[in-house]
Design a binder for this molecule. Structure first.
Ligand SMILES: C[S@@+](CC[C@H](N)C(=O)[O-])C[C@H]1O[C@@H](n2cnc3c(N)ncnc32)[C@H](O)[C@@H]1O
Length: 245
């Protein structure tokens, strides 16, 4: 994980060749540059999140099966103070009324039109659900940039995704801060982090995750909101990837 900030390494030789100086200056190489190569995959289970686009943007918590929670997860997964995390792919698994189950995938490399307010994120999900109406098993439909929708559930996602390892975020488990070396290894592969919404992860899902030998990881001693879990998880990964002790 070696990288450098250009300004710290500018040599007099380079300064004497202005075109080379300018072109090198435009290349941004950060400490921990690998973060832009390694995608972090996160799946949130929306146990009751609606799968029909007929919900009101004015009542995301009420009429839409707590789709507001998923909207906040989207914002936590991608929004930095001044930019978007391009190394995250978020899978929203929606199982609520309408046309279940659906997976809405948001890919940070291509996402556009993402704003910090829940309402506008809700509008993006609404468009995706509209595009996804009537999809058959295995069919996928593009929505707005960086967003696709398919029919499927957690099992389909994991079956098709080739993830390794699968990590189940679970309160009463091993502390993420004691897993630094393991996390470095996982990041060399294709890790998928799975978490629940306000209802949590059902017994059935837990059994499925156990069958897969999913690794359980705790983010701290208290039960947290799903969106906060994503913020903390990505912060822990930032610390490892950017060598921030
Ligand atoms: C709001 S919590 C679920 C609460 C739900 N009432 C329950 O008892 O499972 C949402 C999800 O975030 C994850 N989570 C919450 N706190 C966590 C923690 N301290 N460590 C790891 N994951 C956590 C779990 O996956 C959980 O299903």
């Amino acid at each position: 994980m070696i990288g450098f900030s250009y300004s710290e390494t500018t040599s007099p030789l380079l300064l004497s060749v202005p075109w080379l100086y300018i072109s090198l200056k435009s290349i941004k190489i950060y400490p921990g540059y690998r973060r832009y190569e390694i995608m972090k995959h996160i799946a949130v289970i929306g146990n009751r999140a609606v799968t029909s686009p007929d919900f009101s943007l004015n009542d995301l918590p009420g009429s839409a099966g707590r789709i507001d929670i998923l909207c906040r997860c989207v914002n936590s997964a991608f929004l930095l103070s001044h930019g978007i995390r391009k190394d995250v792919i978020l899978y929203l698994i929606l199982r609520g009324a309408g046309d279940p189950p659906k997976i809405i995938t948001l890919d940070g490399r291509y996402l556009k039109h993402l704003n910090p307010d829940e309402r506008s994120t809700g509008a993006l999900l609404k468009i995706a659900l509209k595009k996804g109406l009537g999809l058959k098993d295995g069919e996928m439909q593009r929505s707005t940039p960086g967003i696709t929708v398919r029919r499927g559930d957690l099992r389909d996602l994991i079956k098709d995704g080739n993830f390794d390892p699968v990590i189940y975020l679970h309160e009463a488990s091993g502390d993420i801060r004691k897993m630094r070396e393991a996390i470095k290894e996982w990041l060399e592969k294709t890790p998928l982090f799975v978490l629940g919404d306000h209802i949590g992860v059902s017994r059935e899902d837990e059994e499925f995750l156990d069958e897969l030998d999913a690794i359980r990881v705790s983010l701290g001693p208290r039960s947290l909101h799903a969106d906060h879990c994503i913020t903390i998880l990505l912060n822990e990964i930032d610390r490892i990837e950017l060598d921030y002790a």
